[in-house]
Write a protein that binds this ligand. Structure first.
Ligand SMILES: CC(C)(COP(=O)(O)OP(=O)(O)OC[C@H]1O[C@@H](n2cnc3c(N)ncnc32)[C@H](O)[C@@H]1OP(=O)(O)O)[C@@H](O)C(=O)NCCC(=O)NCCS
Length: 395
């Protein structure tokens, strides 16, 4: 039986500030689930026409689903946010794209009529649950994934440099410096204020703070300083702390709805879903996967890259961003891409980065009413790419 799809819209998107993972991080003494709770409360407060009874699911992307991030966090957090016991919830893992996949699943099941309104987000406390924590790979994992470097994200970026030597360290550093400059400009201009939900946090020494600013951005760098940095993933390699995303703690969430429900409630949604695609590549060069994922999503949408006005690309590493731009014949500093800077500046708390890209798209759509289409794309450990296209409704 053929059914018509419902149009799906993003009503709101919020995030916490992103902290540095580890003892010096602003969230060292804050639990992962305590990063999520204020976002849920904020979504309800910012959208007073929506009651808890309207929320039909709570989908959360999380890479390391154990300890404070385990126990089906998606179900518990709505109760912890005092939204009652009647909101179902689940946790989803597609590593870095866990949150974007939660949004994607949410979209597709609103489209299919399974729900009209839900919350989808991502959270990752890399300080408390580091990458690869307690993982026990299958003995044949190396063999099927192409070697041990597939398990180390920094090494996969070194592999891209090695396999495609046209992308040099100097290009990666220049790209990263520009990313930090754009982020600095955006932060100083107050672009993060609408999306960051301030939360109370306690530092290691007991100082109480309101965490409302990203901790990772690093303005005022130079190519000379970057040149001197160690290459932790390979001797005399190309990937450094300056041209990689960081290790971070954070959460981000979206409120998704059928367009019909948004109309009935008289809401002004920010964007409408157009198409989604996921693709997979050789895991040892996982950072190249946004290319086939984006080719696929463009085809599904009946668009070309020239039709896309705003591109939010998660920069796990500068070299994989450069690869993406090159393969779509775009210049390294194409003005459509990461206008407010990307993960090299803000950090990359794995599963929360996808919904973070959506919050950026929403902000950029608002500022650029002439922009019609926006793309969010990211690479994923184990060799995956995830891309989504939205249409700007703030025009
Ligand atoms: C690259 C990485 C190992 C660096 O970690 P780290 O050593 O803890 O990073 P730090 O922030 O301490 O930076 C290391 C040094 O570089 C310096 N540095 C960082 N960014 C810099 C910049 N833009 N310019 C100049 N110096 C910089 C720091 O000051 C520090 O110097 P110090 O050692 O003298 O104190 C880590 O960020 C990482 O693993 N990133 C990738 C994360 C990842 O794989 N995510 C998943 C993607 S799929």
């Amino acid at each position: 039986m053929a059914k018509e799809l419902n149009e799906v819209v993003v009503v709101d998107a919020v995030r916490t500030a992103f902290g540095k993972a580890g003892e010096k991080g602003i969230f060292w003494k804050t639990r992962a689930d305590d990063l999520v709770i204020p976002l849920l409360r904020a979504l309800m407060e910012r959208n007073p026409k929506i009651t808890p009874a309207m929320i039909e699911d709570s989908l959360w992307g999380i890479t390391n689903q154990m300890k404070e991030q385990g126990g089906t966090l998606g179900r518990l957090v709505t109760m912890l946010a005092d939204l009652g016991q009647e909101i179902p919830g689940c946790s989803i893992d597609r590593m870095c794209a866990g949150g974007l996949t939660a949004v994607g699943f949410g979209i597709t099941y609103i489209a299919a009529g399974m729900a009209d309104c839900l919350i989808a987000g991502g959270v990752e406390h890399m300080g408390h649950l580091p990458m690869g924590f307690l993982r026990e790979p299958h003995p044949r994992s190396n063999e099927v994934m192409g070697g041990p470097s597939a398990f180390n994200m920094g090494q996969t970026a070194e592999n891209i440099h090695e396999r495609f030597p046209e992308f040099t360290k100097e290009m990666a550093d220049r790209y990263s410096l520009e990313c930090q400059r754009k982020a600095d400009e955006a932060i100083k201009a107050g672009k993060m204020k609408e999306m960051i939900i301030p939360i109370e946090a306690e530092l290691l020494d007991g100082t109480k703070i309101i965490a409302d600013k990203d901790q990772h951005p690093r303005a005022g760098g130079t190519m000379e300083a970057m040149k001197e940095l160690k290459t932790p993933f390979k001797e005399n390699g190309n990937v450094t702390a300056a041209n990689a995303s960081g290790l971070n703690d954070g959460a981000a969430a979206t409120l998704l709805m059928s367009e019909n429900m948004a109309k009935d409630l008289g809401l002004k949604p920010k964007m409408r879903w157009v198409a989604t695609a996921v693709a997979a590549v050789d895991p040892t060069i996982m950072g190249t996967a946004p290319v086939p994922a984006t080719q696929k999503v463009l085809k599904k949408a009946g668009l070309t890259i020239d039709d896309i006005d705003i591109i939010e690309m998660n920069e796990a590493f500068a070299v994989q961003a450069l690869y993406f731009l090159d393969r779509f014949n775009m210049k390294w500093d194409d003005p459509r891409v990461n206008k407010w800077g990307g993960a090299i500046a803000y950090g990359h708390p794995l599963a929360s980065s996808g919904p973070r890209l959506i919050a950026f798209l929403a902000g950029l759509f608002k500022e650029n009413p002439q922009a019609k289409y926006g793309l969010a794309t990211m690479c994923v450990g184990r060799g995956q790419g995830y891309s989504v296209i939205f249409e700007n409704l703030l025009r």
